[in-house]
Design a binder for this molecule. Structure first.
Ligand code: PEP
Ligand code: MN
Length: 361
């Protein structure tokens, strides 16, 4: 389904151009903490303040958010700093309370966007309001589930829509708390180029030390903004202490980020790009032609094996071929990961085609 969207430039709550920055603590903990953090961020020129009021925690007994009183603190942030405010909603009740309290924007968390029942409940609660909503990716790397959440909101009339990428849960050991899964970011960006796209390096990285590299990478992929957790005293934060920055830390981070243009109007750039794109188009067509020839040979091999009553899959031969390709690729400066990915995909299709031949009567 094509999303019916109102451009972010017309939402009236972000100062463009990129990156749009949303900052504030993981959780609203006390009125003092909220106001002190908001003042620090406002002095940096940040216009959108975030704070979680209802917190989805892995274990019971952890700090699960301050609830209703937090909404009053957000109102004070608006009055005293002029900032806009946003918070996470996960149920119809949260939506109703936020709308009544004048919250300027909502976001849907990763555990909620993974749940179509909750997404429908939230979408229904939002019918008739024009509050902007940002949807975080579901915890599992399922792009369609993410898109489905957007569709439910859009069908309920939410046109001020955007997304936040916060990485995917993973059992793989990696330094980051969540797998950045850049491939999914590229896919989502390509499918919905007009959708405002934020990165959340805080939940992706899980530690302060990763924030700069993840923020830079996100902007280099052309994302429009960042949601970063900031707390006036991170070490004593009641949730996500290791990943939050002080407002001063955020200032430092933002000063180190290099913002590249998403495109350039210069004629020289356009001409140069047109030439390179033309070269790529020709190479891609050549690759397609080669793949077709290779598949033809695969089918002949299938027939030959069938005639001689030989099994299709000879795993040891494939290991050998793949290793040779990886070695040759390395000599050409092509990474092992890339070559393995490409040739395993080709091999899989080749086995499928040979099986097809085998099954023919
Ligand atoms: C949050 O933004 O504080 C949060 C809970 O994020 P996520 O849904 O990405 O885990
Ligand atoms: Mn958090």
């Amino acid at each position: 389904m094509k999303l019916d969207l109102i451009p972010v430039s017309e939402w009236g709550i972000f100062t463009l151009p990129r990156p749009m920055v949303i900052a504030g603590p993981c959780s609203a903990e006390s009125e003092g903490q909220i106001l002190e953090t908001a003042k620090g961020l406002s002095e940096l020129g940040i216009h959108m303040f975030r704070a979680g009021i209802w917190k989805p925690r892995t274990h019971p007994g952890c700090f699960e958010g301050i609830g209703m009183p937090g909404l009053k603190w957000l109102q004070r942030v608006k009055e005293e700093t002029g900032m806009k405010v946003c918070t996470e909603v996960a149920t119809e009740k949260h939506v109703m309370m936020c709308l009544a309290a004048g919250v300027d924007m909502l976001w849907i968390g990763a555990r909620t966007s993974a749940n179509p029942f909750l997404m429908q409940e939230i979408a229904d609660a939002l019918r008739g309001s024009d509050i902007p909503v940002l949807v975080k990716n579901p915890v599992n790397p399922d792009i369609d589930l993410w898109v489905g959440a957007l569709e439910r909101l859009n069908l309920a009339g939410v046109k001020k829509l955007g997304v936040i990428h916060r990485g995917f849960s993973t059992s793989e050991k990696m330094g980051y708390r969540n797998d950045p899964g850049w491939k999914s970011v590229i896919e989502m960006r390509t499918r919905f180029p007009e959708l405002p796209f934020f990165a959340d390096p805080s939940h992706m990285g899980g530690k302060r030390e990763y924030l700069l590299e993840l923020s830079q990478r996100s902007l280099d992929l052309g994302l429009d903004g960042l949601m970063i957790e900031s707390h006036c005293n991170p070490d004593v934060a009641l949730s996500d202490a290791k990943q939050q920055l002080t407002p001063d830390g955020l200032k430092e981070l933002l000063s180190q980020i290099v913002v590249r243009d998403n495109y350039s109007d210069s004629l020289e750039y356009k001409e140069g790009m047109d030439q390179l794109r033309a070269q790529i188009d020709i190479l891609d067509e050549n690759i397609l032609g080669m793949l077709k020839s290779r598949m033809n040979v695969s089918r002949k091999m299938g027939q030959y094996k069938k005639d001689h009553n030989v099994a299709i899959l000879q795993a040891s031969r494939w290991d050998q071929v793949l290793q040779e390709m990886v070695n040759k690729g390395a000599e050409l400066g092509l990474s092992e990961r890339f070559i393995e990915g490409v040739f395993n995909a080709i091999h899989e299709e080749s086995v499928r085609a040979q099986n097809e031949v085998l099954e023919q009567k």
